[in-house]
Design a protein around this ligand. Structure first.
Ligand code: LLP
Length: 463
């Protein structure tokens, strides 16, 4: 999809995406369990609750906007991935989706490992108590300091992303008198069916070493000669928000092909392959994501089949889901401010956050759902665009939605499925303060990342 600038801003208000679902839902008060966290539902008085606490009480205690994460749901999804893959495989949660020390502890307790891709994520992982040997360190441009810190702390693997990095990591490991376990990230030439900016395995992009023209084979050849490195496997990540398993099948086929070439050339069977993350979630009722057990079955079957055909021992598989674990477990709670009906077009509903707490709509044209959660309503549906408070017309939270026509300032709206890539991509644009993340579980709510304050902003501004 092209990202050429639209002359009048991102979209004219009267242009709806092709194939847009115009009809309002049968019941505006219904909450589709596909897009809401497990414990979310309406109380007898019509107010939505999560983890046994209603949103009016949550808004009063923690303010808006705020992200509320259903801890029981997070743990259940993490466990479902762990159970689906079983003891013969490893699940590395991708911390970029959302990371905090509480989340690190939940992951540790549920038996997951952790993928980090910067010094900051590594520091959070270690500080949250994740044992270093359960951490994988990623990135296409790791600094010398990051590599040194990762090796010194004893991370279980570093995923090498370029020819230069092979030498750099080997050199740093040797100078620390360590032998670092590494995987080599390859690009398998698959075009994943997703937005251009988040597809990562076609060849013309910055990640990994292409399989094409024997480049990945050459990378393995070089890495095997360096005594600072212990090459444990091959890594592939084909993209994000993917529903179709065929891209993973092609990737697995090509990665096993490389393992076979390595065996034939070097007489070594590498013991591990990592097939990355990228499994899609439901942002709206139209999305139909796959369950972890289906994904685990499909991936393990294809790898075993390919290995059998190549007469290889089946390697240990690992995967790196981020969005599929945390995405559905949280919603963002906003308070309605200005409501502006534009005759013949739609009604603009402004909320007290916006592109600073959810950049995904502006950046990827992402679709979201939205519901009135502080009460029910029998009013007629009205076509709305939920927008933020930023000085930018592209500041859209939900591009097209229906809300009850009696919506009023002070009502609370919630946008579900904001657990992944919302707080982690939040900004201070317009010096708006980043919202807190509150974990709710069994009648208790607890701040796990506090709201930013104006003092926080001014602390960085040294005058
Ligand atoms: N492993 C690697 C090497 C990755 O690069 C990523 C995501 C993942 C795992 C996790 O992917 P997931 O399961 O969460 O899709 N900001 C974008 C997504 C960028 C994903 C980057 N890498 C978005 O908001 O959609």
């Amino acid at each position: 999809m092209s990202r050429s600038a639209h002359p009048a801003g991102p979209r004219h208000a009267d242009v709806l995406p092709e194939g847009h679902y115009f009809a309002p839902p049968a019941d505006l008060n219904a909450l589709d369990p596909k897009v809401w966290a497990h414990t979310v539902g309406r109380n007898a008085d019509g107010v939505v609750a999560v983890g046994g606490i209603d949103v009016k009480a949550l808004a009063e205690q923690f303010g808006t906007p705020a992200y509320f994460i259903d801890e029981a749901d997070f743990r259940a999804r993490a466990r479902a991935w762990r159970t689906a893959f079983g003891p013969g495989a490893d699940v590395f949660y991708a911390g970029k989706a959302f990371l905090s020390r509480a989340v690190v502890r939940w992951l540790y307790e549920e038996g997951l490992n952790l993928d980090v891709c910067s010094g900051g994520e590594l520091a959070t992982a270690l500080s949250g108590g994740m044992p270093a040997d359960r951490i994988a360190f990623h990135g296409n441009n790791k600094s010398t300091e990051e590599i040194t810190r990762a090796i010194e702390s004893g991370v279980g693997r570093i995923v090498l992303d370029s020819f230069q990095e092979i030498v750099r990591v080997a050199h740093i490991a040797s100078s620390l008198r360590r032998r670092q376990r590494v995987q080599i990230r390859v690009t398998v030439g698959v075009e994943a069916h997703t937005h251009e900016f988040i597809a990562t395995a076609h060849e013309d992009q910055k990640f990994g070493i292409p399989l094409a023209d024997g480049q990945a084979a050459e990378a393995v050849r070089r890495a095997l000669q360096l005594e600072g490195l212990e090459v444990i496997g091959i890594h592939s990540h084909i993209g994000s928000q993917i529903f179709d398993m065929s891209g993973f099948e092609v990737a697995a086929h090509r990665v096993v092909g490389l393992l076979k070439d390595i065996r034939d050339e070097h007489g070594i069977e590498l013991p591990e392959i990592d097939l990355g993350g990228g499994l899609g979630i439901a942002y709206t009722s139209d999305d139909d994501p796959r369950e972890p057990h289906e994904i685990a079955k499909a991936l393990t079957e294809i790898v075993s089949r390919e290995c059998e055909a190549a007469r290889l021992r089946t390697p240990r598989i690992s995967v790196e889901p981020g969005r599929a674990i945390v995405g559905p477990t949280a919603f963002t709670l906003y308070e309605v401010g200005t409501i502006k009906p534009l005759d013949g077009l739609r009604t603009y509903v402004s909320v007290d956050g916006g592109m600073s707490d959810n950049i995904r709509t502006a950046l990827y044209d992402a679709d979201y759902s939205v519901a009135l959660v502080s009460r029910t309503s029998d009013a007629e549906p009205m076509l709305v665009r939920v927008v933020g408070k930023h000085c930018e017309s592209g500041d859209i939270v939900v591009r097209d939605a229906f809300l009850p026509a009696d919506l009023a300032p002070g009502d609370l709206l919630a946008v579900p499925a904001t657990g992944a890539y919302c707080r982690s991509m939040a900004s201070n644009y317009n010096h708006v303060l980043r919202p807190p993340v509150v974990a709710v579980n069994d009648g208790e709510a607890r701040v796990i990342v506090r709201r930013e304050t104006q003092e926080d902003l001014l602390r960085l501004d040294v005058g």
